[in-house]
Design a protein around this ligand. Structure first.
Ligand code: AMP
Length: 462
């Protein structure tokens, strides 16, 4: 029978006040412009996104792929396109010590396609379904929801031309946002292919040429090189000019038209909320046929930072990389922007699992005995917290209280001599002496009956 003991804890000296985080120390290094620290408070959101992405990916038969952050710069110039904003204006490029021109990856479709070819995934049963989660880099003007390093989760399905795959990927994307309580609509369009797009480009160029004076300087240039990009220009004047633009869906060849109609039919079957949006052109050269952007529901257009993700088919990209044609389709969503939306919508992330118990000790021999017990408990899956580097028991128990653990296991001088241990109930403050050999089954029994951390209002002072 455990003996009940009075709650007595030795006094300690108080720790010095830490400097205020608001006081900037002169000369102290600062975060680079456009970069973002992902702090502990962000992690529950981050974990929720990661879990939902992984669960959805695995249940839809996707395997994970991670490619390096650095790639040869020409991987992107050849695929994303020399004239695109991403490559022309935003890509971080440098020459490394071997004299090679290197880029910090601005997106992941081209790297995944490279890896697919390089590692012979082309000989796997097709389609190959891959997903990723990682950081990307674009030297853009920073603002809310736009950073120079940002994270994306993404999916690529390589080796399948069927329109049902496009619809399934839109469905997968929408399901992820829905699971994270952010209701979205897919804005969808078709860009045609090498058969029908050139003709539409002529029509588009003609339309904008007669309205050239109203276009911004960038779009005047785009008119020569890539008139499609004028459609998603964020300048209000360009936006107005493109209001009555002839729509590409009216100029698709029969195959592209049939593909698009079938994608929409499958989306209907899957009850995916979508809207046709002729302005969705995506900023990258490699897209063919279906393209889409995921918009937060209720947000009118995509001329702010309102798109949460985007995707499309890229049937010609693998051939551009020097291989035979491999039809493919992909999607990428931004993590930071999604986190912002989850916060705005008061998403409540699952609480982080806190430690179950705390190990307290007084004296060097007790510290060693505790250290051994710590290892035993962790091996058994019991989350043990500690402050082994601290001497003061009061300070240690204050930490235990802050962590909200249900029990503290304390070894002092007396317990060391008797081969016992104190089990302190952090809610009631009651301490019991238990035979050291029995502490593990005893604590397992007690933890089985508790449900999580002790809430702050129930923690007794030490
Ligand atoms: P994109 O690769 O441009 O189609 O972008 C796909 C998604 O990644 C966007 O919808 C955003 O959620 C996110 N994203 C793109 N660029 C940035 C950026 N500079 N900062 C934060 N998120 C971004």
């Amino acid at each position: 029978m455990p003996i009940q003991q009075k709650n007595t804890t030795p006094q300690t000296q108080t720790a010095p006040e830490p400097p205020s985080p608001l006081e900037k120390v002169k000369g102290q290094p600062q975060l680079l412009r456009g970069m973002k620290d992902i702090l502990p408070a962000d992690q529950p959101y981050w974990d929720a996104i990661r879990t939902v992405v992984e669960d959805n990916a695995h249940s839809a038969g996707f395997s994970r792929i991670e490619t390096p952050i650095l790639e040869a710069a020409n991987l992107f110039t050849r695929t994303v396109g020399q004239e695109t904003d991403i490559v022309e204006k935003e890509m971080y490029v440098f020459v490394d010590k071997s004299g090679d021109k290197i880029a910090l990856r601005p997106e992941n479709t081209a790297p995944v396609a490279r890896a697919f070819l390089e590692h012979g995934l082309i000989s796997w049963p097709q389609p190959v379904r891959l997903y990723y989660l990682g950081p990307f880099f674009r030297h853009d003007r920073p603002q809310a929801g736009r950073y120079r390093q940002f994270w994306q989760f993404g999916f690529e399905v390589l080796g399948d031309a069927h329109p049902v795959v496009d619809a399934q990927l839109v469905y997968l994307a929408v399901s992820i946002y829905k699971a994270l309580t952010v209701p979205v609509t897919a804005h969808i369009n078709s860009l045609g292919d090498s058969v029908c797009r050139p003709n539409y480009m002529k029509i588009l160029t003609e339309y904008f040429r007669t309205r050239r004076n109203s276009l911004c300087e960038d779009c005047k240039r785009r008119l020569q090189k890539n008139p499609l990009r004028i459609l998603d220009c964020k300048e209000p004047d360009c936006h107005t000019v493109s209001q009555d633009v002839p729509q590409i869906v009216d100029h698709l060849c029969e195959q592209c038209r049939d593909h698009f109609v079938r994608v929409l039919e499958y989306l209907g079957e899957l009850e995916v909320p979508y809207t046709l949006n002729p302005r969705i052109v995506r900023g990258l050269d490699y897209y063919t046929r279906t393209v889409w952007q995921i918009m937060d529901e209720g947000v009118e257009d995509h001329y702010g930072q309102t798109d949460l993700g985007g995707g499309g088919r890229y049937d010609d990209l693998l051939q551009q990389l020097g291989n035979r044609p491999v039809p493919a389709v992909g999607f990428a969503g931004g993590v930071e922007r999604l986190m912002m939306r989850m916060r705005e919508r008061q998403y409540v992330p699952a609480p982080i699992r806190h430690p179950d118990i705390f190990l307290g000790q007084l004296g060097e021999a007790a510290r060693k005995k505790s250290l051994k017990l710590y290892d035993t408990l962790r091996t058994l899956g019991i989350r043990a917290a500690e402050s082994f580097s601290k001497d003061s028991l009061k300070g240690q128990l204050e930490t235990a209280n802050r962590l909200g653990v249900k029990y503290a296991l304390i070894i002092g001088q007396k317990e060391l001599m008797d081969d016992t241990i104190l089990i302190r109930d952090m809610e009631s403050g009651i301490q019991e002496v238990v035979d050291f050999k029995k502490v593990v089954p005893e604590i397992q029994k007690r933890l089985a009956k508790t449900n999580g951390a002790v809430p702050p209002e129930k923690r007794v002072a030490v």
